[in-house]
Design a protein around this ligand. Sequence first.
Ligand code: GLU
Length: 508
Amino acid sequence: MHRNFAFLTRNFQVIIRRSYARSQIRVRFAPSPTGYLHLGGLRTALYNYLFARSKNGCFILRIEDTDQTRVVPGAMEQLHSDLMWAGIIPDEDPIRGGPVGPYVQSKRLDLYKEHVEILLKNGSAYRCFCSETRLKLLRNTAVKESQTPKYDNRCRHFSDEEVKDRLKRGQTYCIRFKLTPTPDPFKDLIYGDITYNVSVNEGDPVIFKTDGFPTYHFANVVDDHLMEISHVLRGVEWQMSTPKHLLLYKAFGWTPPQYGHLPLILNSNGTKLSKRQDDIRVDYYRKDGILPLPLLNYITLAGSGFVRDKGLSHCYSYQELIKSFDINKINVNSSRLDPIKLMEFNQLEISNLVSNKENHKFLVERITKLVKEAFSDRALDDSLNLNPDHIIATLKWAQHRITKLSDLVKSDLKFLWVKPNAGKDLKYLEAVDVLSKKLEGLERDHFCKESLLTHLKEFSNNNNVPFADLMKTLRSLLSGLKEGPGVAEMMEILGRDTTLNRLKRNVT
Ligand code: GLU
């Protein structure tokens, strides 16, 4: 009784969800955990996210790990973390779950088994007993004859008796899908009518492997259907797979989602993005001090799909990106990245963040992490100046001078973060005490390189302290380092308070 009730409730839930979902936009980003999230993947995720948000729909993250041989440990967590960093937050995902989960394909094997049975029963799929050796022979022969290798569909024609007999003998098999001609075009939301007669060019594809896992094509279609995906927006490299997917929908008797393929993104010199480039990895930018919105603006500027009424030099906020996104504006041209724009956007965003106090905690956290990483040898002995006021004051000074947060931890600015030694053994310390009293009288606004230099020169002349010696002592007190900018400039960068503190040997 109890079990029946539970069963009814589950069915009832499915019915409610289906009728609710039909009117709703549901899109997904479906990466394979085989490596890092790169700019192409980020663009696909972003466009799906913006499409969902602009239509009050749902954005789903699904991990496609049916090819277990290519799964990289930790890649799924990294993908998730990169998306969260970028602010592309899914409504349903493997970590948070959701009504149509699990959201990792390797946890859905029973569902695929159930569904492949349907295709076997209705005659759209068949067991293939071909050995690896036979398949290899087919491939080699085709290559020798300069033909595209494809499976010859031999097992498609086995009688029921023959299949039974082979099963009885314990022969291993995979399951293939029977391709039928696709002479008619399908409608690509971005590319228009696309004709690819898949059965002419390919043999029947494997949909279930001997290892008990489905292949990408099968799992992708089953999941898009069960997860009630309304629109599939994915990279153009998948366009040739779509006719196959549509045939699978037909075999199941399901209504397919609408498909739109996104054109390629290219490097600034027009070459294709290559997995060997470091600068296509999202985590490369994260580590380099690029902020999420500038990175998103960078890839949207390289692509179409937006009404940019605020101009090309405006770093759009999430709300603005959502508002200006229009799927009908995506065109088929491949577009080029413009790294100079990325730096411009990042500088704008740094200024934006600094100007609003609400962001200061976030900035302090980011910079603290950067500094600790950059000067890890000093991170444990309390010799780094990570005082929040110092961090914000430094950022205010730096905002128009740096393009990335990581510029703040370059070696010539190390003195900003590493506290100097108290410098008791230095010469002219008494003179420095007199000098710091004088500098105290300088207004904050006059604490700039030019005016400081004049003061230092005057002080050296009037007090008979050789200028070079004075500079040596000051540099030592201010930074304790050999490298770095000139003393007056260093004072300007450190700002009045930190400079005076360091001159008084209050090491900060
Ligand atoms: N798992 C595929 C990928 O890695 C997804 C393709 C699709 O969106 O259908 O890109």
